[in-house]
Design a protein around this ligand. Structure first.
Ligand code: GRF
Length: 202
């Protein structure tokens, strides 16, 4: 497969970047016909940026504090992302809510991973909330991004048991292990043209 057939992926992170690294490693092992062409962080100290630099991937820091409002931050993000002409934009622990304009611009080629079995527990603190709710099962979801937070067509989910002895940390670790499997799997399906979003009624 020539590089022109390969999916161009831009990854957005805010921190650790372990999902980005899992996707990058799957690509490096030639399991996904894609290339990560840029990693963008809204935080200068995101650990995932160091990995990206060492891997020779272009990086950008676009700090939201430098912009007067969400719309102007998103416009700058959009400008930088579009300069890479991506076929897919991957949110991997990107901790900013994106504007409707941004989401509409990338609709169908913007995906996110969320640490719960959506539609259960959208939002933050999902692991503690799953424990507090007495759930027996918890997990993670990869989905196409729609304007409403943590909504959008589900691509793949992974389930893990919630154990009586679980703390937020032990449950998060069990879920994260699965995230590192399902996110590369989702990117692979999209790169191979096996998964496209269902058409929506406008
Ligand atoms: C993951 O748990 C992901 O589900 C959530 O944020 C976390 C990011 O972790 N959206 P990492 O930065 O990929 O290590």
């Amino acid at each position: 497969m020539s590089s022109t057939d390969r999916l161009r992926v831009v990854v957005l992170i805010s921190g650790r970047g372990s999902n980005f690294i899992a996707i990058h490693q799957a690509i490096a092992e030639q399991r996904i016909p894609a290339d990560i062409v840029a990693v963008i962080s809204n935080k200068a100290d995101a650990a995932g940026l160091d990995y990206a630099r060492q891997a020779g991937i272009a990086t950008h820091v676009i700090e939201h504090q430098a912009f007067p409002d969400r719309a102007s931050f998103d416009r700058e993000m959009l400008r930088v992302i579009d300069s890479y002409q991506p076929g897919l934009v991957v949110l991997a622990g990107f901790m900013r809510i994106l504007s409707g304009e941004f989401v509409r611009h990338y609709r169908g080629r913007l995906i996110n991973i969320h640490p719960s079995l959506l539609p259960r527990f959208p939002g933050l603190n999902t692991h503690q909330r799953a424990i507090d709710a007495g759930e027996q099962e918890h997990g993670a979801t990869v989905h196409f991004v729609e304007e409403e937070v943590d909504s959008g067509e589900i691509i793949i989910q992974a389930r893990v048991p919630v154990l009586a002895s679980d703390t937020e940390e032990t449950l998060a670790a069990r879920v994260l292990e699965q995230e590192h499997k399902i996110y590369p799997a989702a990117v692979k399906w999209i790169a191979e043209g096996k998964k496209t979003p269902k058409p929506t009624m406008e």
